[in-house]
Write a protein that binds this ligand. Structure first.
Ligand code: 13P
Ligand code: SF4
Length: 304
């Protein structure tokens, strides 16, 4: 990628000057993932790393809720998101007022909230979850019912992994909801069954029923690296397979690519711009952040 080189060099130089660290989600494009990120991972890994860094500035190459989580965990640091419009359909699907109403409707039922939500929604929750730890965290909660919000499909998948009664909300990921079980069955026919399908739990139930393995982006990566399937279809955002290709040359990646338009708002150019201007900054109201932090910390404790 020779045309990326000047931007990559400038970003890496500025990172040193600013004592900045770039945390990049697995859905970032390969030039961000491989050339400028200091830490890459799933939502859980990025939240964990955000608690460990001694950098003065955190650049979150990902979407807004991830940057908010980093800020909640590091109120004293400067947290940047190179494009403040990088949202998420799940985070948009629920408000703090919705959670308060759910609590009235289901008194005493613990609220386990996906990290793909605003700080205000986290602040109304008992604990956060990610797709990497949802089952473990929910199993560790008291009682035999749980509100698992806002991703309906993640909640339905968790319900297949626990004996607890799981109450869902109707939020969906606009990327993963586009896959269909029929589409995956057609891929199996095309390759005469010689295909391993691994899927993200944000996918609809008919997709997950077709999958050989279900897990977060980090768990999908672990599956590919340890199992080295001859041919794999990763039912998730496009960049995931692109990023794993280089380190797994023996694996053939089949790509029914669905792109996340929010993740793709982050580019080398706006990372450089953000490091130059130290804008846009992510700010979270102190009282909201303190309440949200309890839910995030509890998740990190329960999923150690
Ligand atoms: P994970 O990386 O935690 O699996 O989440 C996927 C996702 O959609 C993040 O936006
Ligand atoms: Fe949100 Fe889905 Fe994009 Fe992840 S992939 S940021 S869940 S819209």
């Amino acid at each position: 990628w020779p045309f990326h080189a000047p931007l990559v060099q400038a970003i890496n130089r500025l990172k040193r000057e600013r004592n900045a660290v770039i945390l990049a989600h697995n859905y970032q494009t390969p030039e961000i993932y491989h050339c400028v990120a200091d830490i890459v991972g799933d939502s859980l890994a990025l939240a964990r790393e955000a608690t460990k860094t001694d950098a003065d500035v955190i650049v979150l190459a990902g979407v807004h809720f991830m940057a908010e989580t980093a800020k909640i965990l590091n109120p004293e640091k400067t947290v940047l998101i190179p494009d403040a419009g990088a949202g998420c359909s799940l985070a948009e699907s629920i408000t703090a007022a919705d959670v308060r109403l759910l609590r009235e409707r289901y008194p005493g039922v613990p609220v386990a909230t996906y990290v793909n939500t605003s700080a205000e929604v986290k602040a109304e929750s008992d604990v956060c979850i990610t797709s990497g730890n949802a089952v473990d965290v929910i199993e560790a909660l008291p009682g035999d019912s749980v509100l698992c919000i806002p991703d309906e499909y993640l909640a339905q998948w968790v319900a297949t992994q626990t004996r607890k009664k799981v109450i869902a909300w109707k939020g969906h990921c606009e990327v993963h909801e586009r896959f269909t079980g029929e589409q995956l069955a057609a891929y199996r026919r095309q390759f005469h069954g010689d295909l391993i399908i691994i899927a993200h739990p944000e996918c609809p139930p008919d997709v997950l029923a077709e999958a050989d393995f279900v897990g977060s982006t980090a768990k999908m990566q672990g599956f590919v690296e340890t199992q080295q399937p001859k041919r794999v279809l990763m039912v998730t955002e496009c960049s995931m397979a692109d990023n794993l290709e280089a380190a797994n040359p023996a694996v053939e990646f089949v790509k029914p690519c669905n792109l996340c338009p929010h993740m793709k708002r982050i580019t080398l150019s706006n990372i450089l711009q953000s490091l130059t201007t130290l804008e846009p900054r992510v700010e979270v109201d102190a009282a909201v952040a303190a309440r949200a932090r309890r839910a995030v910390d509890r998740m990190l404790e329960l999923s150690r």
